[in-house]
Design a protein around this ligand. Structure first.
Ligand code: FMN
Length: 333
């Protein structure tokens, strides 16, 4: 058991959260993380309809008696999904932890609060964190530039961003992006976070509902093997370097740049989903962060979480011993 404001707020044993992940945040993974003492999130928009989300929540509940949450990603779209109906599906089904991301959850806060739900808002900048805090969210999850998904346009790595956010916000802070080890958890806590959120590391676990070849691709990649796409459209995304993402970057870089329509066939969500399901690594976008450089195995979620807690304690103890002049210096440095 670890005790922070984040574990108190979420009712979990360990301050380790599995963030929303399109096509990956299904009951198999969310329940495994929650059963292991962390907090799993189902991803609402992975389900084709609010009704399907209700069924997925019921399925997850049949797999764990621990708390889990629902991620609602609110993205700019010409044909937006029925966000409020997804929210209703989560709340009516008894889900009491929400992760919001993409843009301000302002319009949903009153309804969520009325139902007694806790809102963790995930964002990429201190100014957005402060605005969400003013709007009434209960915790902030902040994504550093290392993160998979949309790390924003400010390019601030976790080392500075977590500390800057911890200094600024009063609600509990969750560090996200580039975390996949106990040492990373220790570092985030030392910078003022009270928990961590992970995406990519949980993709490389036994329970992640994606093809083994994708997990192996993450395992074999180094920290240099991600691409930043949509930079020129000011909607940066970090993905695994592969044939498709290389082509997107090349198209964006050509003289005169490109319109979204030029790359749309390459980046279609359905292609990414097919890649994850069939293991055809080069056939679609595979969202992944720089933490792939730290992925050395494909453990169960329970093995990963227990190891992180163990390694975090050890890293903190070693650090303290060095400051107290009790430890022996590392011989390999
Ligand atoms: N974040 C969201 O808020 N909504 C999503 O739909 C979403 N999809 C993701 C899909 C994948 C495959 C991955 C790896 C991440 C996704 N993310 C999404 C971001 C994660 O929730 C998390 O913020 C991010 O992965 C943290 O960085 P890390 O990968 O270094 O742990």
């Amino acid at each position: 058991m670890v005790h922070t404001r984040v574990t108190d707020l979420l009712g979990v044993r360990y301050p380790i959260i599995q963030g929303g992940m399109q096509w990956v945040g299904r009951a198999e993974l969310a329940s495994a993380v929650s059963n292991a003492g962390g907090l799993g999130f189902l991803t609402a928009l992975t389900q084709p309809s609010p009704e399907a989300l209700r069924e997925e929540i019921a399925r997850c509940r049949s797999m764990t008696d621990k708390p889990f949450g629902v991620n609602l990603t609110i993205l700019p779209s010409t044909n937006p999904p029925p966000y409020e109906a997804y929210l209703d599906a989560a709340l009516d089904s008894g889900v009491r932890i929400l992760e919001t991301a993409g843009r301000s959850p302002k319009e949903f806060i009153a309804k969520a609060k009325e139902a007694g739900a806790v809102i963790v808002h995930k964002c990429t900048a201190v100014r957005h964190a402060l605005s969400a805090e003013r709007a009434g969210v209960d915790a902030i999850s902040i994504d550093g530039f290392e993160a998979a998904g949309h790390p924003g346009e400010d390019d601030i790595g976790g080392l500075v961003l977590f500390a800057a956010a911890a200094k600024a916000v009063k609600v509990p802070l969750i560090a996200s992006g580039g975390i996949g080890t106990g040492q990373g958890l220790a570092a985030a806590m030392m910078l003022g976070a009270e928990g961590v959120n992970m995406g990519t590391r949980f993709c490389a676990t036994r329970e992640a509902p994606i093809h083994e070849d994708i997990k192996r691709a993450l395992l074999n990649a180094s920290e240099r093997d991600t691409n930043l796409i949509f930079r020129t459209l000011r909607n940066t995304g970090r993905v695994l370097k592969n044939r498709i993402s290389d082509e997107v970057v090349a198209t964006e870089m050509r003289p005169g740049g490109c319109e979204f329509a030029d790359i749309q066939p390459l980046v279609a969500g359905s292609r990414g989903r097919t890649a994850l399901e069939t293991g055809a690594v080069d056939e679609g976008l595979v969202w992944a962060s720089q933490v792939i450089g730290l992925v050395d195995d494909i453990p169960t979620c329970a093995e990963l979480i227990e190891r992180m807690i163990h390694d975090c304690r050890e890293a903190m103890t070693r650090g303290l011993a060095a400051f107290n002049n009790l430890g022996s210096p590392r011989s390999d440095l």
